[in-house]
Design a protein around this ligand. Sequence first.
Ligand SMILES: [Zn+2]
Length: 282
Amino acid sequence: MKIRGRVLGVSTGTGIECVLIGLYKGKPLAWKGKTISMDNGNFSLTIPYGNIVRQWAHWLLIKGVDAPFYQVSVIPEASILELEIDDCLSINNIEPSMFSYMRIISDDREQKSYKFGENIARKILGMSSRDKGEMELKSSGEEKKQKLKVIYESGQYYLMLENGVKCTSCGAVVESQSIWHLEHYPRCKSFIYRYTGKMNVNIIVGIDSRPAIKCMQDKYKLAGSDLLELYSNIHNPKPERIGNIDQWIDNPAELKYETVNLLREELKLLKMSLRGGEANER
Ligand SMILES: [Zn+2]
């Protein structure tokens, strides 16, 4: 992915670091590159790894190597963010229209993944506002007999599979006997028929802020690329975050914490500018 930009007031040959950041299956991703500024502070560089970057990059961080400038912004062609459900619930001002899809991934060796559209995603997220709840789901598989339910109790989500098949050799639960034969036999030796059980799951929520970004770009056509800036050394400076960048950029847990913060900042920016607040002054 090619990045081009301009930093004002730096001399030719200043080192510039760029990091693209995204969230895929709840895990943070970061791709780094370095370049030096040309005349008038112009710079360009290419971050390799092609499609995966284009598919999952959402934010761009630009920082001087030995110069005090920095800027963190949403990239104009920002991708969907795949957030873990707990992180999603901890950010309570996500517009319901941004819930694009939900992926429920079983926590066993099979890691079976079920994908649902935005309506189901909203309903499942809504279950967390009550003590407990359950909801029947229609899976897209061919096996009509199979019943899937999402259960919420004591702050945890589970997937309940009715009339499934439990492999007693490896412990996985599959939808049907034919799938067990196809995927487990002869490696595994036996199974329990008509198994009903609760499975631990990872739930991933796809957050799509692109329609809101588009709306904002249409509203402030003259603002240019500064429009999507979350913070920088000039606007809304956060030296404490940038000063520690070497600590968090390569540490998955800290990088994830930062991505949740970035999403909070982004939602604040979108909300403010779509209401016509501070972004006018930029
Ligand atoms: Zn098995």
